[in-house]
Write a protein that binds this ligand. Structure first.
Ligand SMILES: Cc1ncc(COP(=O)(O)O)c(C=O)c1O
Length: 445
């Protein structure tokens, strides 16, 4: 039966369709299915992968009949559920409709100007430009900044940074990798580089380990070798910020990113971040000098051609900036409390995690990567929802699960997570801290 017409195809046409399906060779599809076999098998069979969430109640989610505590959300500040923010959105919809579909070059609602002004103020940068997503930014800004020069990329940089570098490479840039979090290796590469145009690309707070790089060291190396430092702090924005005597947690205050957290200047830095994690909104930013912003406004395709963020997202950001100033540090104290509880238990049990920062991203590698499905099922049965990090998303030696804590999680939910971790540790499913140290010392990938 044809979907368009509702009429059954004539037999000859049906035969032809079947024959085409049988004879069509799709080697590209076979190749990719084979490459991603572990992941696609897990995705097809596991309730914690590619799940349909039927309902939410706070940070509890319902998948089919099962209610689970959600530790896979990146909504660190809990703005997705914040009543003050939700209630502020309808007025913006009344004023602007749901979605003005101009590209930003054609016309930007004044909300964008308001966001950029407030964001620049919060970050303490020279200027800022907002675009729909960080992915858009990496794809368009990295090639512009790199031009035909050389990019130095952290070997564990986020996939979207790599993709931006690939585009830059296709436009004539060279790309060199330095060892993850290793400013000395970066310096070695920079020292022998003849190219005058140098761009260093790396993450701020790492999306898997939850750790921030030693920004003083990287900023120092970059400055000494005339390189521009490009940092993606998707997970730091809203969580870590400037230090001060009134801080409510070691994350610092105001959630204004890794550059302020380390007390570094923006002289030689382009900072990228997003609202889609801590601020629960579809929007991202580049903090940069005004002349770079002017360049992006005429040369970055997402500014010229992409559809904009929905009005509800812009409204969430504006109200979120208010809530961040008023209650953000109290919310960060809750995130820290939850994260510390989990990390304390892991330490007591001698279970491995790369997290050294107390930030709310806690990866727990398992002892045998082939057990990921069983371990995930055990957590699911226990009513705990986490991100499964399966091969090839991570190397086999790092297969495990990632826990993310948000201000909207309750103490009771964290209790259930701790009980599940204790059970898995008792059954010997989790990697021991000694094994992880051994692995890191061996420098295995
Ligand atoms: C470090 C990092 N960069 C970029 C992205 C992508 O962000 P966006 O959804 O804004 O494109 C993510 C999302 O997971 C991320 O973790």
């Amino acid at each position: 039966m044809s979907l368009e017409t509702g009429i059954a195809p004539a037999p000859v046409q049906a035969d032809r369709t079947v024959r085409r399906q049988q004879t069509a060779r799709r080697p590209w599809l076979d190749h990719w299915l084979d490459t991603c076999r572990d992941l696609s098998t897990l995705t097809a069979s596991h309730p914690m992968m590619d799940a349909v969430i039927d309902e939410i109640d706070g940070r509890m989610i319902r998948v089919g009949e099962k209610w689970l505590a959600d530790f896979a959300s990146c909504n660190y500040l809990g703005f997705d559920l914040d009543r003050e923010i939700i209630d502020a959105i309808p007025a913006y919809l009344d004023a602007w409709g749901t979605h003005p579909s101009w590209s930003r070059l054609l016309g930007s609602p004044v909300l964008y100007e308001q966001i950029e002004e407030r964001l620049t103020d919060l970050l303490g940068s020279a200027d800022s430009l907002v675009l729909p997503t960080i992915t858009h930014i990496h794809m368009s800004v990295i090639p512009l900044l790199a031009a035909s020069g050389t990019i130095f990329i952290d070997s564990r940089a986020h996939k979207t940074i790599y993709d931006g570098c690939q585009i830059a490479r296709s436009r004539g840039a060279a790309v060199k990798r330095f060892q993850h979090n290793d400013p000395d290796h970066l310096e070695q590469l920079l020292r022998v580089e003849r190219d005058q145009m140098r761009l260093v690309c790396m993450d701020g707070v790492n999306s898997m380990t939850g750790n921030a790089p030693d920004l003083h060291a990287f900023a120092d190396v970059a400055a000494r070798h005339g390189a521009l430092l490009y940092i993606d702090d998707a997970h730091g924005f809203g969580v870590i910020g400037e230090r001060g005597p009134d801080e409510t947690s070691p994350y610092g205050m105001r959630g204004n990113c890794v550059v302020r957290h380390f007390g570094e200047s923006y002289d030689n830095v382009i900072l990228v971040g997003g609202f889609s994690k801590a601020y629960s909104s579809l929007l991202a930013f580049v903090a940069c000098p005004t002349d770079v912003k002017q360049l992006l406004k005429v040369a970055a395709p997402p500014y010229l051609y992409s559809g904009p963020s929905p009005v509800a997202s812009l409204a969430t950001v504006l109200k979120g900036l208010d809530v961040n100033e008023q209650r953000g540090d109290a919310l960060r104290a809750i995130i820290w409390k939850h994260s510390s509880r989990v990390l304390r238990l892991l330490r007591e049990l001698g279970v491995a995690t790369p997290n050294r920062s107390e930030l709310p991203i806690i990866e727990v590698p398992i002892r045998d990567h082939r057990r990921i499905s069983a371990v995930g099922q055990r957590l699911f049965d226990r009513g705990v929802y986490v991100t499964l990090a399966a091969y090839p998303l991570v190397p086999k030696s790092e297969v495990g699960f990632r826990i993310q804590l948000t201000a909207a999680n309750t103490d009771v939910e964290v209790d259930s997570l701790l009980a599940a971790i204790e059970e898995l540790a008792g059954e010997g499913e989790l990697m021991s801290a000694d094994d992880l140290d051994h692995h890191l010392e061996g420098g295995a990938a």
